[in-house]
Design a protein around this ligand. Sequence first.
Ligand code: NAD
Ligand code: WQD
Length: 339
Amino acid sequence: MTILVTGGAGYIGSHTVLQLIEGGFDVVVLDNLSNSSQESLRRVESLVSKAIPFVEGDINDKAVLSSLFSRYDIDAVIHFAGLKSVGESVKNPIDYYINNVSGSLQLLDAMRKANVKKFIFSSSATVYGNHSPVPNLEHYPIGNASCPYGTTKVMLEQILSDYAKADSEMKIIALRYFNPTGAHPSGLIGEDPNGIPNNLVPYISQVAIGKLAKLAVYGGDYDTVDGTGVRDFIHVDDLAAGHVCALKYFDSMSGYEIFNLGTGHGVSVLQVIDAFEKASNQKIKYEIVARREGDIASSWADATKAEKVLGWKAKYDIIDMMKHTWNWQKQNPNGYESQ
Ligand code: NAD
Ligand code: WQD
């Protein structure tokens, strides 16, 4: 079975490509390398001792897509390609709608022409918006995303649901990731953000390695266990495993299905700092400052549907996530750039 992985050179994509190959799938990666380096795939190749077919190109490029689908006999598509920065999407919404929404439509159109009927989409907990009760359940209403990035995910879920209704042969799974973190235990692949990280764990890890002086903890007065924000951090290898389970589930489903991928547990910002310190033996300097605009107090998944239906459950805890993050950071202080 051959799987096209768009965005396969990126953070979650590279970990998933590794598990797909380990699971016996053939993989083709399409990535424009706008937020990644091909070095991630070279490292995956070294882990599996196998060459990975790679097409450097854009999901918005019809010619690239049609030649890819005619060259390879693709059975299913896992679609990671997309821009994901919340702040950037507020500044450049048009870029986000073109890249994420229009790009996904071009991809679906090319799949339709090539008669490819299985599609897994990287959605996000952000679709639950600002007012959803926790834990988030898949049937809760979505919308009111706090930024254009989130709105692209809401729009795409709607498009996918409409498409699955219109074509009874289409099988579509949307996986709503909570807060992905961690790295492969080898330390060979991991998260390599451009510039100063916006997300909590990459920021902490760059404080630990000495690249950044101090973490700003956004808000100490939320109605949570210790006043700081609470999130459902999920190990990237658990997420990758979720995609393998989803691919296997295609045989027993039809239409459109949504699954939360999270641990089902919330962890506060201070608890993450504490876990990182324990896992790394490093002290993290931090200061509690004002809340960040657009943040919510708490978000975590009800992940029972994925467990019951897909047979998937997260196996790593927050200490493992921090241990693997630190292992990756120590071995690759400049990410995939040569050191
Ligand atoms: P990432 O930026 O590391 O990976 C995305 C990959 O897609 C990159 O390699 C990038 O070069 C590529 N890409 C972007 N636009 C493209 C285009 N037009 N054509 C071809 N390739 C393109 O991000 P990630 O963290 O691995 O996220 C993967 C997916 O999961 C994204 O769709 C993201 O929105 C979604 N997601 C991520 C998170 C998270 O916190 N990391 C949470 C929820 C959902
Ligand atoms: C987590 C907690 C912050 C940085 C974002 C996107 C979401 C999804 C995952 C893609 C919050 C606090 C953070 C810092 C801090 N991505 N924090 N200091 O905002 O939950 O989710 O990434 O779909 O769409 O919105 O993740 O890691 O930015 O923040 O105190 O320097 O850490 O306030 O409570 P978030 P995050």
